[in-house]
Ligand binder design. Structure first.
Ligand code: PXG
Length: 298
């Protein structure tokens, strides 16, 4: 495995960063999770733009222009000879001293890891997930804004742990007003009377790239899409429900807090969108390899 750190490539054993890095000391940094399918990087530019927007909001200067870092992502996947991959792109505040002051960190560090991905079992896509709402509320937008994909993921990890504790693979988070916002690492959608509904970005969510793609696909199918607030009551009484994310892609939810959603099986619109998403992701990626230089598909 070849791991990129600040423009150089290292083996897994040699890929190391400072213990004084504020990414480690304080979760001071940002990241992206990107997928490659069939030799193409899915929605690469959208992920890059989100990374630079996260950086702007936390006043972090990424020491490379977007276009060059984008090329470095492609090169890292290439060097690892991957056609299907999960790419973790990380920018930390860099090494400073033990105080929190970011001015002590002279230069941000950039890390790119390209590897294969462990997926939810196919059976979960066919049967759907049972989930619960958890006590930990999503960060308030005026505190650590969920729009920033920051290295400080404790809010999500606590929610995930509350699900683990009770045996649930994913959870639904509410914001401090009690509105449904998202999963621990996924966006949430419901379907009611043929309308596709998802919480608006201002409510305090990560504005998922998969979420955007799914909204576009639904609109192209002629479905009405609404970004609007909804409550647990609306969730329990939805006809269908699903999560979206780079890792999960689009996964049906069939039970929430012991209430079955709709028929208790993945709904028709969910199944149609899952099929459309699977087609989209394999056909629209940014090519990693120039023509004719593909490594053999193994
Ligand atoms: N909300 C949150 C809080 C997330 O962390 C999403 C929504 C979905 O966004 P995208 O852009 O991926 O559609 C995420 C995704 C993983 C993984 O391996 C995913 C995320 C973070 C860490 C790991 O699935 N974020």
């Amino acid at each position: 495995m070849q791991i990129y750190i600040d423009g150089e490539y290292y083996s897994k054993a040699e890929a190391k960063i400072s213990v004084f890095d504020h990414g480690l000391l304080y979760g001071d940094g940002i990241f992206e999770g990107i997928r490659a399918y069939n030799g193409g990087l899915f929605r690469l530019r959208e992920h890059m733009v989100r990374l630079y927007e996260s950086a702007k909001t936390i006043a972090l200067d990424i020491p490379l222009p977007l276009e060059q870092l984008e090329q470095d992502v492609i090169e890292t996947v290439r060097r690892n000879n991957l056609r299907d991959a999960y790419i973790r792109l990380i920018v930390t505040r860099g090494a400073g001293d033990l105080g929190i002051d970011p001015r002590k960190c002279a230069k941000a560090s950039i890390i790119i890891i390209a590897t294969s991905i462990s997926l939810y079992p196919e059976e979960m896509y066919e049967n759907g997930l049972s989930v619960i709402t958890v006590p930990t509320r999503r960060n308030h937008s005026e505190m650590v804004n969920p729009r920033v994909k920051s290295l400080n993921y404790l809010n999500n990890i606590l929610a995930k742990e509350e699900g683990n504790h009770l045996g649930y693979a994913e959870v639904v988070m509410l914001n401090s007003d009690g509105y449904v916002v998202e999963g621990s690492a996924d966006n949430i959608f419901i379907v009611k009377n043929g309308v596709l509904i998802t919480p608006p970005a201002f409510l305090g969510i990560l504005k998922g790239i998969t979420r955007e793609v799914v909204m576009e696909l639904a609109q192209a199918m002629g479905t009405e899409v609404r970004e609007t607030v909804f409550t647990r009551h609306d969730l329990y009484n939805a006809d269908e429900c699903f999560f979206t994310g780079t890792g999960a892609e689009l996964i049906p939810v069939v039970e929430v807090d012991g209430r079955s959603i709709g028929t208790g099986k993945p709904g028709e619109m969910t199944k149609q969108l899952l099929a459309a998403f699977r087609k989209e992701r394999t056909e629209t990626g940014v090519p990693i390899y120039p023509c004719c230089q593909y490594p053999s598909a193994s």
